[in-house]
Design a protein around this ligand. Structure first.
Ligand code: SF4
Length: 645
């Protein structure tokens, strides 16, 4: 039986997909687009008091940029560590049952607390253990949900849970356990709280004291060692917590802080695929060196990203097959209900649906929840819709995109960078594959590159881009081998034509550009870029202009290359095409052959010319989308797109 899932290639390195934190993101929008509101009946403006979560402020102690991403912009990327941490918190995050006098307690001493007690702990003579205790202080501008508080009258002891181990940096020492034969026990590093844990506990102490409790001590519970570590409550703890809160508030009011430099925290950080610390620093330092400014650090970017390598990309194209989700599997069934393919849901990174494939609403909901983007293409390969899960979207990037691309000089800079890279890659592809490329053609393309580099307006740039495209496609047929000369001759006669494609090569190019548009749109969303607002491509209704800008350098490297190699290797043959009134189209077998070649190309690794590490083309697209976002925010001063030699 033929599989309906025609392309599901393993080994692709997927992105870490983050979660949209509505609360933090809306707070970020408020900060970026401040609206002064007025009290009813007066003209006196007021501003809502900001309440900073203690957990977010503790992240500031780890890295100010991490705090900014997660707490100010609402960008969060789960990692194995964070998922494990959630498991540790699961029990303490379950609120205790509400007591009858909870309403009274909320008002007591002006505190805003919701205390929920377990029924078994309601004996008035016993200290109460209160889980998920929410505390807020308007005066401090601080809020927290305590894992656990042991409350006895007016005395409270916070207990914070951690999945890992305590810090053992040698600041304190404990004697090794000995038996009677060992005379002198060694001194071993004693357990200490990590700085972030200490800050979080200090903030909880401040909130409890603000609520009228006396807090004599506090505890951290490190699950990996089942260790309950006592933290003395003193002025130093309070002052350190307050200083961190002040620093976090200051940083939140400014732009995103720069990344840490060559720091061991970054490889463990779940946000490094989004933050790109080494890549951003490398570009910053390079620009400073060019400008003659002193640079303390020399940095060769580590290949921190991507951290995972599992994941599959699925393309479904057989008419009438159904896609559903059963438990943790995606199940593809034929018209008779027979299962033809079952795939683990957790490994699916994207889904492309071509033609009349049935997708249940439950399956769509699960894909949305799992943040799997779904693209819908017509049988002719036209991208008609995308279901885009809400990924790690930063309002700051979109606000910067609107602001920066409104400036003609900056829009020209981006348009110029993608155009120059595209023409350079077209020239390279021709020089590599053309059997007899006239020297004049290569020289003309080089002149187009120089002209594009010096274009003074976007209209002028578009003119140079058009000239280069004319030269490129005039010689395009020369890249096909002897066995496909007849197909190549038809392309040569027609030239590049999009709708409808009149011949097999045009049909494959159109299909490949559609797939690439889908990949680039998904990459834009992951990088928090607004896909419809760009520089080279004007904004039109329904046009993913930024995705089209991003894909310019990749057109020759991926789509054109798939067409050339697909025909030259006889993976695509005349029999894979149908000539209809709507133009030349791929048959089912033709699309299957196309997706196979396309998938291989996307998995092909290339060396980044600046960062000098190897990434697959799919990863390269995502990297460049993130670098555009960093450039829009002013984090990297220059734009450089992938060119191959
Ligand atoms: S990758 Fe490094 S610089 Fe970036 S947020 Fe994480 S710790 Fe901070």
């Amino acid at each position: 039986m033929a599989y309906q899932v025609i392309t599901a290639w393993p080994g692709y390195q997927p992105p870490v997909i983050g979660l949209w934190n509505w609360k933090a993101a809306s707070a970020a929008l408020w900060r970026m687009f401040p609206i002064t509101r007025f009290r009813t009946g007066t003209d006196e403006p007021y501003v809502d008091q900001e309440l900073w979560p203690a957990r977010g402020v503790a992240e500031h102690a780890y890295c100010p940029r991490l705090f900014y991403y997660m707490t100010v912009e609402g960008v969060f990327a789960p990692s194995a560590d964070t998922e494990q941490g959630k498991g540790t918190h699961r029990r303490v995050d379950r609120p205790s049952a509400a007591p009858a006098d909870a309403a009274d307690q909320e008002c007591r001493n002006g505190r805003e607390a919701t205390e929920k007690l377990e029924q078994s702990e309601s004996d008035p003579d016993r200290p109460r253990s209160v889980r998920s205790l929410a505390l807020t202080s308007q005066r401090l501008g601080l809020t927290a949900t305590l894992d656990l508080a042991e409350i006895d009258g007016n005395v409270a002891v916070p207990v914070e849970y951690r999945k890992g181990r305590p810090c053992r940096n040698g600041g304190s020492q404990v004697a090794e356990a000995v038996d009677e034969l060992m005379e002198e026990p060694r001194l071993l590093p004693g357990p200490e709280p990590w700085p972030t844990d200490r800050v979080q506990l200090g903030l909880q102490v401040l909130l409890l004291e603000e609520a009228g409790y006396s807090v004599p001590e506090a505890y951290l519970y490190y699950a990996a060692e089942r260790l309950r570590l006592r933290v003395p409550v003193d002025d130093a703890l309070r002052q350190d917590a307050l200083a961190e809160l002040d620093a976090a508030k200051r940083d939140a009011a400014g732009p995103r802080p720069p990344p840490l430099v060559n720091d061991p925290r970054c490889p463990r950080c779940s946000l490094q695929p989004i933050c790109l610390p080494d890549e951003v620093n490398h570009q910053r330092f390079a620009a400073m060196t060019v400008a003659g400014q002193p640079v303390d650090e020399q940095l060769t970017p580590r290949k921190l990203w991507p951290p995972r390598d599992e994941g599959i990309h699925v393309v479904l194209q057989r008419e009438g097959v159904r896609v559903g989700v059963r438990g943790q599997s995606v199940r593809v069934t034929d018209k008779d209900g027979d299962v033809v393919k079952e795939l683990p849901l957790a490994n699916i990174e994207s889904l492309a649906v071509v033609g009349g494939v049935q997708l249940s609403t439950q399956a769509l909901a699960v894909f949305a929840e799992q943040e799997v983007p779904v693209a819908f293409l017509t049988g002719a390969g036209r991208l008609t819709a995308m279901m885009d899960p809400l990924g790690p979207t930063s309002a700051a990037v979109r606000a910067a995109q609107v602001r920066v691309l409104d400036r003609p000089d900056k829009a020209l800079e981006l348009a110029r960078a993608v155009t120059v890279a595209k023409i350079a890659n077209q020239r390279t592809l021709l020089m590599r594959n053309h059997a007899d490329l006239p020297t004049r053609a290569a020289a003309d393309l080089q002149e187009c590159i120089s002209a594009a580099e010096n274009a003074a307006t976007i209209d002028e740039l578009r003119g140079h881009e058009g000239n280069a495209a004319a030269i490129y496609f005039r010689h395009f047929a020369g890249m096909f081998k002897e066995g496909v000369k007849e197909i190549a001759a038809r392309f040569d006669a027609n030239g590049r034509q999009r709708r409808p494609p009149p011949d097999p090569i045009n049909a494959v190019l159109s299909f490949a550009y559609s797939m690439l548009t889908h990949e680039c749109t998904a990459a834009c969303r992951l990088a928090s870029l607004e896909p419809t607002l760009a520089a080279l491509h004007a904004t039109r209704p329904g046009r993913p202009a930024m995705a089209l800008d991003l894909m310019e350098p990749f057109r020759p490297l991926i789509a054109d290359s798939v067409a050339v190699s697909g025909f030259n290797r006889a993976e695509l043959v005349e029999g894979h095409f149908l000539n209809t009134a709507a133009g030349c189209a791929l048959t089912d077998a033709g699309r299957k052959a196309f997706f196979s070649a396309y998938g291989r190309r996307m998995d092909t690794e290339v060396t980044h010319p600046v960062f000098e590490y190897r990434l697959s083309y799919r990863r390269m697209i995502m990297l460049h989308a993130r670098l555009i976002a960093a450039w829009l925010l002013g984090e990297v001063p220059t734009l450089a797109f992938l060119t191959t030699r």
